[in-house]
Design a protein around this ligand. Structure first.
Ligand code: ADP
Ligand code: MG
Length: 369
């Protein structure tokens, strides 16, 4: 059973002014697939490289199976890694590349043959075993790099954007394959990506990072339903959550574009927390802005009229965009039977059961549901 603990991990590069990673804390249990996600430069790779032993940990402790391993080498930590740049050995065949880690560890020849054929089969590499990397496509090379890591059963798998060189279709196939192989092995996997869809679909738990700091850790469901702050709310979930600042008068939320009654329970909580007469930030997901009569009847207090500046037909739904303040477009995900027309005032309704509220100063969620 493996267990991994990061305790107050900080990283400041030698010549850097600022910390690249600040106060990173997590406990990871056997078999978990953890995804670090966040925009470029937020410290994901730095965190992964510290875990890998490729970068020093400036402050804090990395504990693997009860032992502080800050000063241990990558090899001693027993980690297999996959990076975006696959760095295969050009003079070796696919088979030799995949088996290389096993050969280094002096694995029995027969055993090695079995493991290499199994992983090659799983990754669809069997027809190319004799080829050299230069005779493979980008996607095939990336699969060889994955195979090279997954052929072993280390204490930890670390993957840094391993799919970002692949086209969208292959990425979808590969992320299923990685999840499946991870489940089969039951080895802790830490996977880095800037792509929230990859995070949502693969992770047992997601760590959302921004500017070197962990914003929130939770299951995909937890982060989607209960984002801790505006950053997480707008980063997690496709399509993106709409947010707008306005005033809460004790019952209604009023912004330039609309005024809607908030559900009684929400209004009471906001009032109890002292937000009456104050500015708040309202968050509403695209699928919770509707225009069907059924919803208008159910939420009569939260109807409003707005003029779509753009309407996109997407086959299974229609996206209608309207401006709520300068430079802030709300998007409503409507049914394809909508009669909304561009540049023509249209009546919308906010489904009042699924609203999010944030403090405009701290940007934190005002309360959790
Ligand atoms: P991510 O992987 O999330 O895109 P990184 O971990 O690569 O982010 O980078 C986090 C921050 O640390 C960035 O501001 C980056 O410029 C800085 N950084 C990364 N590597 C180095 C380095 N070797 N020396 C100095 N600063 C670095
Ligand atoms: Mg990176």
């Amino acid at each position: 059973m493996s267990q991994l603990i990061l305790k107050g991990i900080n990283k400041k590069y030698e010549n850097a002014e600022h910390y690249s990673v600040q106060d990173f804390n997590i406990e990871i249990e056997q078999g978990e697939l953890i995804v670090l996600v966040g925009p470029s430069g937020c410290g994901k790779s730095t965190t992964l490289r510290m875990i890998a032993g490729l970068e020093d940990i400036t402050e804090g402790e990395f504990i693997l199976d009860g032992e502080v391993v800050n000063d241990k080498s990558s090899k001693e930590r027993d980690i297999a890694m996959v990076f975006q740049s696959y760095a295969l050995y050009p003079h070796m065949s696919v088979e030799e590349n995949v088996g290389y880690g096993l050969k280094l560890r002096k694995t029995d020849k027969q055993e090695m043959g079995k493991l290499v054929s199994k992983v090659s089969e799983d990754l669809g590499l069997t027809p190319y075993l004799e080829r050299k990397p230069k005779d493979l496509s980008g996607g095939q090379r990336q699969r060889v790099a994955l195979g090279r890591a997954m052929v072993r059963t280390p204490k930890l798998y670390l993957m840094d954007e391993p799919l970002s060189n692949l086209d969208a279709k292959l990425r979808t196939v590969m992320r299923t394959e990685i999840s499946r192989m991870h489940r089969e092995k039951g080895v802790i996997t830490i996977y880095v990506t800037h792509d929230q869809t990859e995070a949502m679909t693969m992770a047992d738990r997601i760590v959302v990072m921004s500017m070197g700091e962990v914003q929130q850790i939770g299951t995909p469901r937890e982060l989607y339903n209960n984002p801790k702050n505006i950053f997480v709310a707008t980063f997690i979930g496709q399509p993106q959550m709409n947010i707008v600042r306005g005033e809460f008068d004790g019952q209604n939320f009023n912004c330039d574009a609309f005024s809607i009654a908030l559900p009684e329970g929400d209004a009471k909580q906001l009032s109890d927390l002292g937000y009456q007469g104050k500015q708040i930030v309202l968050g509403v997901r695209q699928q919770n802005i509707r225009d069907e009569q059924l919803y208008k009847d159910a939420f009569p207090g939260s109807k409003f009229t707005a003029t779509p500046v753009n309407i996109e037909y997407l086959g299974d739904h229609v996206s209608a965009f309207f401006e709520v303040e300068k430079g802030n477009l709300f998007c409503a995900k409507l049914s394809t039977s909508t009669d909304a027309v561009v540049d023509t005032p249209h009546e919308f309704v906010v489904e009042g059961t699924k609203l999010y509220y944030f403090d405009p100063e701290t940007e934190n969620a005002i309360f959790y549901k």
